[in-house]
Design a protein around this ligand. Structure first.
Ligand code: SDX
Length: 427
């Protein structure tokens, strides 16, 4: 007997089906609500609204649980590498050796950019924000690969587009970094592995080798950012993709959503905030008070989360990695001490405790990126490189979902009721 929820409206009781997920999450299926009652629901920010059924990532915000396709994030961060996790998210299982080799082999066929794309990249001013550059250039890929503009993509089309975006987004990112500093671009060597290849393209110097442990640190960060169920940018990817817009436009939209300070842009904002505190003599207490002041729009960047009302498991791993990596690199960054002091102060403050505000994935990640030599205005592009497989997995799942429909929410109209037009001369 399937479970139902009873809703009494205008003296009528209607039964709404209850859906139970594989981790026993419950949802009321309201797809028939308007047709049967004329009512819709209202949920600004969709905090209580499921947009889809998905088998990709499971979060439990109360317990601080994060799993990709059932595998705990702690185990993946410890034992796998980013390309394995990308395969896992996109195809649903951890790859066997031959599957992983074939997956990575596909990326090598996109190890160079079309000349038209490098011409476009060369037009951007050196001080352009990298997120705007990457979003624009990813969208312009549709001009060079028109075969992806069709609506009915085959399996081969999807796999090819996925490989192309995984390969070329990192090349575009590194190309713009070097160009913006007057450096000649350095070509991709996929055989180095995703993270090491990226760092080599970014910081190439004759006779210098990217340190394997530094590359490993970046690889772990990319794993930690790879997916996070229906976050703002993944939902944007699903919404754009639901209209059957091409994959390049779809991913470009996800990049733009991630750019916002309340989302992926927070990692850059955290570093700027820590620098501000350092300039203010390290007095983080005044910033805690600012964050609590309702008349001040300042928020403690890197703190709080829509879902995690406990520690963000990724923040725990990154915080631990901070000490290891800075130690390995011999970097003594006072911003890390300020971050730890700020965290302790906030975690012991009633305002933050009452609202379950804990450090999120963005709180410590910027300190590691800074130690790796990534400029602050490129921190969110690192989030793009990490999140890309998650967006692609969400897009693929949505496009293959027989129940998927074009995203088209309703609204409650609160504007003027009907009135007659008055011509300009009579107004
Ligand atoms: C990411 O969704 C995802 O999964 C995102 C992400 C992913 O992997 O995709 O995890 C990545 O985007 C992490 C979040 C990065 N953003 C920041 O660090 C920016 C600072 N954080 C806040 O802006 C906020 O916490 C959000 C945006 C993250 C969450 O916003 P919500 O869920 O809408 O929470 P809210 O604004 O309703 O806050 C509830 C209360 C409010 O106070 P009251 O009205 O109850 O008095 O908590 C307060 C807020 O003012 N609050 C904060 C705060 N975050 C929430 N107060 C001070 N500083 C903060 N950071």
């Amino acid at each position: 007997m399937s479970e139902t929820a009873k809703l009494e409206l205008d003296g009528k009781v209607i039964d709404l089906p209850v859906i139970t997920g594989s981790e026993n999450e419950k949802a009321i299926d309201i797809r028939k609500l308007r047709a049967e009652t004329g009512y819709i629901t209202l949920d600004s920010g969709f905090g209580n609204t499921g947009s889809c059924k998905s088998g990709i990532t499971f979060l439990n915000g109360e317990k601080g649980i994060l799993r990709y396709r059932g595998y705990p994030i702690e185990q993946l961060a410890e034992g796998s590498r980013f390309m394995e996790v990308a395969y896992l998210l996109i195809h649903g299982n951890l790859p066997k050796e031959n599957e992983l080799n074939f997956f990575e082999e596909k990326l090598t066929s996109f190890a160079t950019l079309p000349e038209g794309i490098t011409n476009i990249l060369d037009q951007f001013p050196a001080d352009a924000h990298p997120m705007g550059v990457i979003s624009s250039v990813i969208s312009s890929l549709s001009a060079f690969y028109p075969e992806f503009l069709k609506s009915d993509l085959t399996e081969v089309d999807k796999d090819r587009a996925i490989a192309q975006l995984l390969a070329q987004t990192k090349i575009i990112t590194a190309y713009f970094y070097r160009k913006s500093r007057g450096l000649a671009p350095h070509r991709s060597h996929p055989s180095l592995g995703f993270a090491k290849d990226f760092l080599n393209m970014m910081f190439f110097e004759e006779g210098k080798e990217v340190d394997d442990e530094v590359a490993k640190a970046l690889d772990v960060l990319l794993i930690l950012h790879a997916d996070h169920e229906q976050n703002c940018s993944a939902s944007t990817v699903r919404v754009i993709g639901s209209s059957h817009a091409n994959i390049f436009a779809t991913i470009s939209g996800g990049i733009d959503a991630l750019w916002g300070q309340l989302h992926g842009g927070a990692n850059q904002a955290v570093l700027e905030m820590l620098e501000q505190i350092k300039q203010a003599g390290g007095d983080y207490k005044q910033f805690i008070e600012k964050a609590k002041d309702k008349n001040d729009s300042f928020k403690l960047m890197g703190f709080g989360h829509r879902v995690y009302k406990n520690f963000d498991p990724r923040a725990k791993i990154i915080k631990k990695a901070c000490d290891t990596i800075l130690d390995k690199l011999g970097v003594d960054d006072p911003l890390l001490d300020i971050a730890k002091g700020l965290e302790q102060e906030a975690l012991n403050d009633e305002y933050f405790k009452e609202r379950n505000l804990y450090p999120n994935v963005d709180f410590y990640s910027g300190i590691i990126y800074k130690a790796l030599g990534i400029p602050t205005n490129m921190f969110t592009t690192m989030f793009v490189l990490g999140r890309l497989p998650g967006w692609l997995a969400q897009w693929k799942e949505m496009r293959e979902d027989p129940d998927a429909r074009i995203a088209r929410p309703r609204q409650v109209y609160v504007g003027e009721s009907t009135r007659n037009f008055v011509s300009l001369k009579d107004r």
